[in-house]
Design a protein around this ligand. Structure first.
Ligand SMILES: CC(C)(COP(=O)(O)OP(=O)(O)OC[C@H]1O[C@@H](n2cnc3c(N)ncnc32)[C@H](O)[C@@H]1OP(=O)(O)O)[C@@H](O)C(=O)NCCC(=O)NCCS
Length: 175
């Protein structure tokens, strides 16, 4: 596995975090972590959505992987976080990118994985020609607000979100 980005945390254990594009085999880890994000999702649903996203231009999913024994004796790397970003083009704005979601395993928070995931999404957004990256977050997620602000994100507005069901069954291949 070729890691795109790696960091050596300041610990005695030879722990390495790497960021790489998600693969369909990551679906189980993504499903588990989605529960920690507050959106419990059955594995088949995550597999279906991930397969669609991996095929879809304008979307990127990256994972943070932890490999205790990276180096001489590599162990099975474990996915401990994910991020999904997508590009948007509207009449009123130049191309922008937005986060569809980000989550780091509870046991791994505060150790730099979230920062690496955001930095990778920013790089993707730049390469896709997007002028900004936007994170929308529930007003109740105060820890996430502090996270984004510490990474240079400014609060630009508070919103109300309106929603209506327009179909009664989940389509297999729709948006
Ligand atoms: C938000 C989340 C992704 C952050 O990931 P993380 O790996 O813990 O973040 P990092 O360790 O990379 O922290 C990056 C920076 O944010 C800061 N930060 C992270 N969590 C913070 C908190 N709770 N309060 C204050 N600052 C915080 C860190 O201090 C760090 O800044 P520094 O590098 O200058 O010290 C993670 O907490 C999470 O998965 N939360 C639950 C899901 C969620 O809320 N997702 C966002 C939904 S919009």
């Amino acid at each position: 596995m070729k890691a795109e980005q790696a960091v050596q945390p300041d610990t005695e254990a030879r722990e390495v975090l790497a960021i790489r594009p998600a693969r369909i085999e990551d679906a189980e880890a993504l499903a588990r972590l989605s529960g920690q994000l507050g959106y419990p999702s059955p594995l088949p649903a995550v597999e279906r959505r991930l397969a669609q996203l991996l095929d879809r231009p304008g979307h990127a999913v990256f994972v943070a992987e932890h490999d205790v024994g990276a180096g001489a004796t590599p162990s099975d790397p474990q996915v401990i976080g994910w991020i999904h970003a997508f590009g948007e083009l509207t009449i009123e704005s130049d191309a922008t990118a937005e986060l569809g979601g980000i989550v780091v395993d509870e046991a791994w928070r505060g150790r730099g994985a979230g920062r690496l995931l955001i930095e990778r999404a920013e790089q993707w957004a730049r390469e896709a020609g997007c002028v900004t990256l936007t994170a929308r977050t529930n007003i109740l997620r105060e820890r996430a607000h502090a996270f984004y602000q510490s990474l240079g994100y400014s609060l630009v507005k508070n919103q109300r979100v309106f929603r209506k069901s327009v179909i009664s069954e989940v389509p297999g291949t729709g948006l």
